[in-house]
Design a protein around this ligand. Structure first.
Ligand code: GLC
Length: 615
């Protein structure tokens, strides 16, 4: 039922009252500027009023059901609008396909205005309120989000708040010497301060964009550029930057966005003599963003992109009383998964899962096998060293393994940002290629293809078993392999991440009804697992999740329990069939795929296979 203006203002004021003091306190601590704070509050009200009735209703519903996103039907998919369906209206036409994938949350990769050829895949925004012309318009975005909401589908977008493109209006004015705008970035007339920063700040792209500063000959200044030289870091010490970026955030939320992915969030505050990552002011800013969304658009979730080790990631959830992000990526688990594929040894993965499983249940992780970025080998090297595995040589092994050069590997893919100084390199490739589907397909090797498909499906089954929300990378549901065409495009050729950012192969999607085809087998197996997930309450985020000791180093067992129900997932990371028992368990289970009864003391797990067992 629609609420009248008075009632609505009451809702707004109630939210404001609940949060005002904390917001003011944090703002003043950071900026000590009451007139800018007053301006912020005025704008919060403006954006609340601008929000549509439908979104306001959704906000109220979600406020009453704060766990709405923790259900077992949540399944995400990330996709590039152009790669997937050309443009926004094309995506809208493909919603049936997305629904057919059991996906109810789509992450639309960056689509805001960005200079052609100097865009970092859209992560260099030159206008936060304009959609790239080739992809559509804001109106079309609103239409798409409304259509998604009719299907109970959520929409996620990136909010690239660490930097703007050098073509952003502010950057252009700063470049022309306007002091007001120069103060929104980090400008230095000589290299004294930049050099001081360089002493402590690591490099994000050591090969493709070395250093953290760029010299602008026309402006006679250095500008801070932690990522590419055309991505200028914003200076959040300036309250104007914070306020304006919050207005952009709310403007975008009001287009009907459900999930805002805060891009590169650990980097947003800089201090000399630090690494300029995860500083305490970053947490103040994220907490303020959370409060701002609770006041204006409480139906919106914040997803932090924190690609760091677990100790650095977890603080971005904030505390139970003062939460920051609703969701974070389970990045170490993802990297450790591929380590496990390459070593056939689940011990490090088990340890990593135990860490995640022991965290408070309020913390929701997004689980994934692949995304649009490279895989950085951020593993627990301390533990590995105790087993005699040394960081540098192990990273080299993993990179060689996934290039298909070592360890009986059938993977295909490429290195990313190989750093000649540190010897470090990251890795790029699609799930299917890393599982061996590309190589087996090329060589027409049926036996290898069988193994590769099994590995691919087993990894998805394992990902669905983890605590949190699974997110598919578009194309993985049909086993799409690497795309090497980026090498022919001079704007992309140096960035091997484009190997796994190819156009979606609709030919594969057409084959999904043929259950003997590679894509059909993967699609149907994932569909079966997704349906199990949706129908079994043990897959809610609040379930107990734990690992079970197995007597075989290649076999991982994950248990889930919720309100009297229990399911075990058993995953064989090796190319050998196994027969194992679960210690201390004398129970009979039902294999949820074959419907057969299985004795806990004698479980058969085929090579690269898995079982979902229900008590
Ligand atoms: C994030 C994105 C990555 C981009 C970077 C800079 O890490 O995932 O693709 O290069 O931010 O914006």
């Amino acid at each position: 039922m629609e609420k009248n203006t008075e009632e609505q203002d009451f809702i707004y004021l109630k939210r404001l009252k609940r949060h005002h003091d904390e917001l003011r306190w944090l703002y003043m601590e950071l900026y000590d500027n009451s007139s800018m704070f007053a301006e912020l509050c005025e704008n919060l009200h403006y954006f609340y009023k601008e929000r549509t009735q439908a979104l306001k209703q959704l906000d109220v519903y979600r406020e009453e059901q704060p766990d709405w996103y923790k259900k077992n039907d949540m399944l995400g998919m990330m996709l590039y609008i152009d790669n997937f369906a050309g443009n926004l209206s094309g995506v809208e036409k493909k919603l049936d396909y997305i629904e057919n994938c059991n996906v109810n949350y789509i992450h639309l990769m960056p689509f805001l205005e960005t200079p052609e050829g100097r865009s970092d895949g859209g992560y260099a925004v030159s206008d936060f309120r304009k959609v790239q012309e080739r992809l559509g318009t804001m109106k079309e975005l609103e239409h798409l989000t409304a259509s998604c909401h009719k299907r109970n589908m959520n929409v996620c977008i990136d909010f690239v708040m660490n930097h703007t493109s050098e073509e952003h209006e502010w950057a252009k004015k700063a470049r022309a010497g306007d002091g007001e705008y120069m103060s929104r970035y980090f400008f230095y007339e000589n290299d004294t301060i930049p050099e001081m920063y360089e002493r402590t700040v690591p490099q994000v792209f050591p090969t493709t964009a070395p250093g953290n500063f760029t010299w602008l000959p026309d402006a006679g200044h250095y500008v801070m550029t932690s990522f590419y030289p055309y991505q200028w870091d914003l200076n959040y010490k300036n309250p104007r930057v914070f306020n304006e970026m919050m207005y952009h955030f709310l403007y975008l939320a009001n287009r009907g966005i459900d999930i805002i992915r805060i891009d590169a969030v650990p980097y947003i505050w800089k201090e000399l003599n630090t690494q300029c990552r995860n500083l305490k002011q970053v947490h103040t800013i994220v907490r303020m963003m959370r409060i701002i969304s609770e006041i204006v658009c409480p139906g919106v979730l914040l997803l932090g992109e924190v690609v760091m080790e677990p100790e650095k990631v977890v603080p971005y959830f904030g505390t139970v009383e003062k939460p920051e992000c609703h969701m974070l990526y389970n990045v170490t688990t993802m990297a450790t998964t591929w380590h496990t594929v390459a070593t056939r040894d689940v011990s490090l993965l088990k340890k990593q899962l135990d860490i995640v499983n022991h965290l408070p249940k309020e913390y929701v992780f997004l689980n994934y096998l692949r995304c649009h970025d490279d895989i950085g080998w951020g593993l627990d090297y301390h533990t590995l060293l105790c087993e005699g595995i040394e960081e540098r040589s192990h990273k080299q092994y993993l990179n060689r393994y996934f290039q298909g050069l070592e360890g009986g590997s059938r993977s295909r893919g490429e290195l990313y940002n190989a750093d000649p100084v540190t010897g470090d390199a990251r890795f790029c490739g699609t799930t299917a290629s890393m599982c061996g589907i590309e190589k087996a397909g090329f060589e027409k090797n049926e036996e290898d293809m069988e193994k590769a498909i099994r590995l691919d499906i087993m990894l998805h089954a394992y990902m669905f078993m983890q605590s949190g929300i699974p997110v598919l990378y578009s194309g993985d549901e049909v086993g799409q392999v690497n795309d090497y065409s980026y090498k022919e495009n001079s704007a992309k050729a140096d960035d091997s991440r484009y190997i796994h950012r190819g156009a979606f192969n609709w030919k594969l999607a057409k084959q999904i009804d043929d259950k003997t085809s590679v894509s059909g087998r993967i699609f149907h197996s994932l569909g079966q697992l997704e349906k199990i997930r949706k129908s079994e309450k043990v897959f809610v985020c609040q379930a107990d999740t734990w690992t079970v000791d197995m007597s075989d180093k290649s076999v991982l067992c994950i248990g889930r329990y919720y309100e009297g129900e229990k399911i075990l997932g058993i995953f064989n990371f090796s190319e050998f069939d196994k027969i194992l028992g679960i210690q201390g368990e004398d129970e009979r289970y039902t294999d949820m795929i074959s419907n057969q009864t299985v004795k806990a003391s004698e479980i058969k797990i085929p090579a690269f296979g898995f079982l979902y067992l229900k008590r």
